[in-house]
Write a protein that binds this ligand. Structure first.
Ligand code: PDD
Length: 275
């Protein structure tokens, strides 16, 4: 695997970051995960916009123009053989002696990696999820590399033989440990609005757009815990899952316990329009 590090393309084993990098010491950095379908970056302008937003929110100057990012990513894709890949990129505040406040002048560290991506296939059985209180901080809109809360929450899912942990804050659904969440009640699709309590997922936005194009309206509205627990369908969205059905929540069936008809339609719509 070839990676991009601070202006160079290198084999993974040769890419080295100093131990005082603030990403390593403080989790002081942000990241993006971008799917590549058949050599083409998916919704790249939206991902670059979210990257710019995350950088601005942590007061880190974007080291590159959009044209630079595109050029570097396309070389990385090519150097890793084209086809379908997942690009991971992160920008940290760089290397300085350990002190909490921002250093006066420091060069950000930019890393990009590529891994093989196989787009998901349409499942016939849904996934299992558990719920937990959302123990994370109040800036979940920043795509921060400091993911300890998400890591602990996702690990609870794995420890309970579940795919995802769905999070509840003050009686309302926020999102999953690494996914956004949609529900369907009596044919109406709902997902929590874009606030500081959730990551503004690109797949979430794309799905809402595709549903609207297909004439399936989706409301961006607060979803209470009781609505979540009585929903006919629950879906997860993310770059790697696209849109996936949850058919068991906390060991109880969701709706009929089978994958939902609205999900099946939404899946088909997503596959049609993502081309
Ligand atoms: N995670 N919410 C959280 C907390 C996430 O970490 C992610 C993505 C999403 C979905 O965002 P998107 O649709 O843009 O992938 C929602 C990525 C994939 C990760 O951390 O690997």
């Amino acid at each position: 695997m070839i990676v991009y590090l601070n202006g160079e393309f290198l084999p993974l084993a040769e890419a080295k970051i100093p131990v005082l990098d603030r990403g390593f010491i403080f989790g002081d950095g942000i990241y993006e995960v971008i799917p590549v379908y058949d050599g083409q970056l998916f919704r790249i302008q939206e991902h670059l916009q979210r990257l710019e937003n995350s950088l601005a929110k942590i007061q880190l100057i974007n080291p590159y123009t959009r044209a630079d990012w595109l050029r570097f990513m396309n070389v990385l894709i090519e150097r890793n053989g084209g086809g379908s890949q997942t690009i991971y990129l992160q920008v940290t505040r760089g290397v300085e002696k350990r002190q909490h406040h921002f250093p006066d002048s420091v060069t950000p560290t930019v890393l990009m990696t590529s891994s093989p991506f196989s787009a998901p296939v349409k499942v016939t059985q849904g996934y299992t999820a558990i719920t937990r209180p959302d123990i994370r901080w109040l800036r979940c809109d920043i795509k921060s590399t400091a993911l300890l809360g998400n890591v602990l929450l996702r690990q609870e899912a794995i420890a309970n033989d579940a795919k995802e942990t769905i999070l509840i804050r003050d009686g309302y659904l926020t999102e999953g440990a690494a996914t956004n969440v949609f529900i369907v009640i009596k044919g109406v699709v709902m997902t929590p609005p874009k606030t500081n309590f959730i990551l503004h997922g690109i797949t979430r936005d794309v799905l809402i757009e595709f549903l609207q194009r297909a004439g399936i309206p989706c409301q961006e509205t607060p979803v209470s815990e009781s609505q979540l627990r009585t929903a006919d369908e629950i879906w997860l969205t993310s770059t790697s899952l696209e849109v996936a059905p949850v058919t068991r929540l906390d060991n109880k069936p969701v709706g009929s316990g089978q994958v939902g008809a609205v999900w099946s339609h939404a899946w088909d719509v997503f596959q049609t329009f993502k081309q």
